[in-house]
Write a protein that binds this ligand. Structure first.
Ligand SMILES: [Zn+2]
Length: 279
C-alpha cells in the first residue's frame, strides 16, 4: 500500500501545558514533531483508566525463542493491520483509527530498521519488540498481518518516546518518569521505584532527586551488576543475597520479559519490608 504524502495542516497534538499546538505539519501522524505531541490535553490519571491501558503488554502464552523475521522495513507498508491492533493502539494513545494504522506501520518500520528482538512461539506467531523500551508487534505465522500492538506505555507513542518526550504519568507506585528513565539509562532490567529509593538511602545516604538520579542509577547498576546479576538464573521469581547484608528479589513475567528488580530488603528479615512495586 503506497500512501500519498498528506497535505500540510495544523498539528493536532498538545504541548506539556495542555494547549493545542497548531504548528503546520505534513507528517502522516498529524504531529509536527516539535511540540511534546501529547494526544490529549491531560494525562490519564485515575486508576480506572490506567489499568486497562497497562494491559496492552500481552504476548500470549508459550515459549518465545529467538528467530529472524526475514522482513524488510519497506514491507511495513504492505503488511495488513488487523482491526484489533488498530483498536488497541487508538485506545491506548487516544488517536483516530486511521492515524493508529499509520503509526503502527511506522513503528513496524522502525522495529525492523533498528533490529529489534524477533522471536517465535510454538504456534508460529512472531513478536518483534523493543524489550527495554516497551513497544512491539505480534505478527501472524505467514507474516501477512500485524495481529496485535503491545506497549508498556500508558500515553506516549513510540514516535514521542524515541524523541525523548517525558511521560506525564507517574507509575502505579508513583514512580515519576524522570526517575524511571534515569534508571533505564543504566540498567537493562526494570526496577521498582522503592528499590531505587532504598538503595540511595541505605547505601548512599541520599534522597533521590532529578539532579542526582543519574549518579544514583549508575551506582545502583554497578552494585547490581557486580553482586546480584552474576547469581541470577533468570527464573520467574528469585531472591538473591548480595553478600553485603541485602536480599534482592528479581522476577520475570509477561510484562517484564527481561526481568524486574522488584524489592530489596535487609537479609535476615522474615518478611520483605518497603517492598518495591512494578514501575
Ligand atoms: Zn505540534
Amino acid at each position: 500500500m503506497i500512501t500519498p504524502a498528506p497535505p500540510r495542516r495544523a498539528c493536532v497534538r498538545y504541548g506539556a501545558d495542555g494547549v493545542r499546538c497548531g504548528n503546520a505539519t505534513n507528517r502522516a501522524d498529524g504531529w509536527c514533531g516539535q511540540c511534546e505531541g501529547y494526544t490529549t490535553p491531560e494525562p490519564p490519571t485515575t486508576d480506572a483508566e490506567a489499568k486497562p491501558r497497562r494491559s496492552a503488554w500481552r504476548w500470549g502464552p508459550g515459549d518465545w525463542k529467538p528467530a529472524p523475521l526475514g522482513m524488510d522495513s519497506d514491507e511495513a507498508y504492505e503488511i495488513d493491520v488487523t482491526p484489533g491492533a488498530v483498536a488497541t493502539y487508538a485506545k491506548v494513545h487516544a488517536v483516530e483509527p486511521q492515524n493508529a494504522e499509520t503509526e503502527i506501520r511506522s513503528l513496524f518500520e522502525d522495529l525492523i530498521a533498528d533490529q529489534a528482538a524477533t522471536e517465535r512461539n510454538e504456534a508460529g506467531a512472531w513478536r518483534v519488540y523493543f524489550p527495554k523500551h516497551g513497544y512491539g508487534l505480534l505478527i501472524s505465522e505467514d507474516r501477512s498481518h500485524i495481529l496485535r500492538y503491545c506497549t508498556r506505555h500508558m500515553e506516549r507513542t513510540w514516535a514521542q518516546y524515541r524523541t525523548g518526550v517525558a511521560s506525564r504519568i507517574a507509575g502505579p507506585n508513583r514512580m515519576p518518569a524522570w526517575k524511571r528513565e534515569g534508571v533505564a539509562r543504566h540498567i537493562d532490567l526494570a526496577v521498582g521505584g522503592k528499590v531505587v529509593d532504598l538503595y540511595a538511602r541505605h547505601k548512599l545516604g541520599l534522597k533521590v532527586t532529578s539532579e542526582n538520579i543519574d549518579e544514583v542509577a549508575r551506582r545502583l547498576a554497578a552494585h547490581v551488576n557486580e553482586n546480584v546479576l552474576p547469581q541470577w538464573r533468570h527464573g520467574d521469581d528469585e531472591s538473591i543475597d548480595d553478600g553485603g547484608g541485602n536480599t534482592w528479589r528479581l522476577v520475570r513475567d509477561d510484562e517484564h520479559p527481561g526481568g524486574l528488580i522488584l524489592a530489596t530488603y535487609a537479609s535476615g528479615d522474615t518478611s520483605p519490608r518497603d517492598r518495591g512495586e512494578t514501575p
